[in-house]
Design a protein around this ligand. Structure first.
Ligand SMILES: [Zn+2]
Length: 199
């Protein structure tokens, strides 16, 4: 006899309401979602595992936001901050013209950060001294699947723009590590690399 064990993702709506969605730029309905992994035995969820994520999801644009967005005016969806941090990871090694950066942010469906936001992000990055994978692990709790994919796309687009194709091996390895830190399926980085283009 064999035993089939696994994990299953379950989402629970903690509450809902109306908030000012910074992406839609108007009042929208949101759901406050808590996601946790359940330990399963023969596909039956038995025990909740400790890793859980919490975020607000806009019912219209489906971006996820840190729950604080309701009381503090937090301008961007969670993925935006991560994409900016990743842009900073890639830029010191390759020069990237402003129009290319602009094209990438447009492709992601976001707004290119201005100079003061970039300076602030550089400072935060210097202060926290975490490597990029630890950083992503920590912010994962504020992301929904669409946000995770956006971050991976940002990584791939910045990497492509800075290094050209094929990506150097260490960069490929980093992209795969980022995908697995975001708990995305194996092989997804290669798949998306084939179809993604910012030009
Ligand atoms: Zn929205």
């Amino acid at each position: 006899m064999f035993i089939l064990m696994g994990e299953k993702n379950t989402g629970k709506i903690l509450n809902d309401g109306v908030f000012y969605c910074p992406v839609c730029e108007c009042q929208q309905h949101y759901q406050h979602i808590q996601q946790r992994n359940m330990f399963t035995l023969f596909f039956i969820p038995l025990l909740p595992l400790p890793i859980s994520r919490e975020y607000l999801e806009c019912a219209h644009c489906h971006n996820s936001f840190h729950p604080q967005v309701v009381d503090e005016r937090n301008l961007y969806p969670t993925w935006h901050y991560a994409a900016l941090r990743l842009m900073l990871e890639f830029l010191p090694t390759g020069k990237l013209a402003t129009d290319k950066q602009q094209a990438i942010w447009e492709k992601l469906g976001g707004t290119m950060p201005d100079a003061s936001e970039i300076r602030a992000a550089q400072q935060t990055r210097q202060d926290d001294r975490q490597d990029v994978l630890h950083y992503l692990q920590n912010i994962c709790s504020g992301l929904n699947p669409a946000g995770e994919l956006k971050i991976l796309d940002a990584v791939l687009l910045f990497a492509k723009a800075c290094y050209g194709e094929p990506l150097p091996h260490p960069v490929q390895v980093l992209c795969n590590q980022i995908a697995s830190t975001l708990e995305l399926e194996p092989g997804i980085a290669q798949q998306r690399l084939l179809t993604l283009n910012y030009e």
